[in-house]
Ligand binder design. Sequence first.
Ligand code: G3P
Length: 219
Amino acid sequence: MKIFLDTANLDELTLAASFGVVDGVTTNPSLIAREGRSNEDQIRAITEIIDGDISAEVVSTEAEEMIREGRILAAIHPNVVVKCPLIPEGIKATKALSSEGIRVNVTLCFSATQALLAAKAGAYIISPFMGRLDDISIDGTELIREIVAIYENYDFQTQVLAASIRGPLQVKDVALAGSHIATMPAKVFHQLFKHPLTDIGLEQFLADYRKTLAEVSAG
Ligand code: G3P
């Protein structure tokens, strides 16, 4: 499963990139707004840090305008994936942009039938917001499982990207459900490394080694 960072913050991305296991980035208008720069400037800066798919979202709600915006975003860098919302106009825009060879991530997906429409429109990625479903006590992992199964049934090439992840357990759940990608905030990414027994074990190994070394050098 690919790991994407769900942030537009350059410091968070630089640190996460240093581990060599981050495959891409997702942004949205809320995340871009936090950084205080234009969508284009911030996306351009992100392309200099992460070598992988970088989703940049359109802010229009009419297909024609989304297509115009999508072309501008896609021209920033070959790694840019244009994000369109899963509304009827967004599906129209997805079909048009995909037909031009522009890769589209269809976002704000909350049902399997929405995901079916996105795949039929040629989406490169579908983004089910599984965390927002879990937030309201609807099983988000089940939605990921359903979409993966439907895409496999009909051999759709659209990749499933589990979005709005809140914690490491959801990362494990979507990996088991067969999600192709999971996007997560930097905080969750760093939590993936952690296990108290790893820290305790390492501390003990090093203490044992230092003790023996001291004894050997003491002769
Ligand atoms: O970027 C899409 C999605 O991951 C947003 O998540 O935390 O705003 O529900 P969130």
